[in-house]
Design a protein around this ligand. Structure first.
Ligand SMILES: [Zn+2]
Ligand SMILES: [Zn+2]
Length: 109
């Protein structure tokens, strides 16, 4: 896979990828950041969650989460590399929907 892959919304990686989680506090809110390589395009990306904001970013089928749990997180790729054919208005990602293992599953502490 190359960072120059064209944007493609087809791939959906359901096998949870082990990302590196960092935890902190931002503006009084608990902040969780997952950093790792997108399994589709291979670019390193960071996905950021704050407490109370566990919604899926549009089109998600899991709906709102009550909070962090052992369930993996589903997200669209957030890489900042340039992928050709990226639709207008879309700033990041290769189009793939990927799954990130939760920091609570013991595999990505
Ligand atoms: Zn990607
Ligand atoms: Zn990428």
């Amino acid at each position: 896979m190359s960072p120059l892959n064209p944007y493609n919304t087809g791939p959906h990686h359901t096998a949870p990828a082990a990302f590196q989680w960092t935890h902190g506090v931002s503006n009084g809110k608990e902040l969780h950041e997952a950093t790792g390589a997108c399994p589709e395009c291979g670019c390193v990306m960071t996905k950021r969650y704050t407490t109370g904001q566990y919604t899926q970013p549009k089109g998600g089928f899991l709906g709102r989460r009550k909070g962090p749990g052992p369930q993996p997180f589903s997200t669209l790729c957030q890489c900042t590399s340039l992928h050709t054919d990226r639709p207008e208005g879309v700033q990041v990602g290769c189009g793939a929907r990927i799954t990130i293992a939760s920091w609570l599953d013991g595999a990505s502490q």
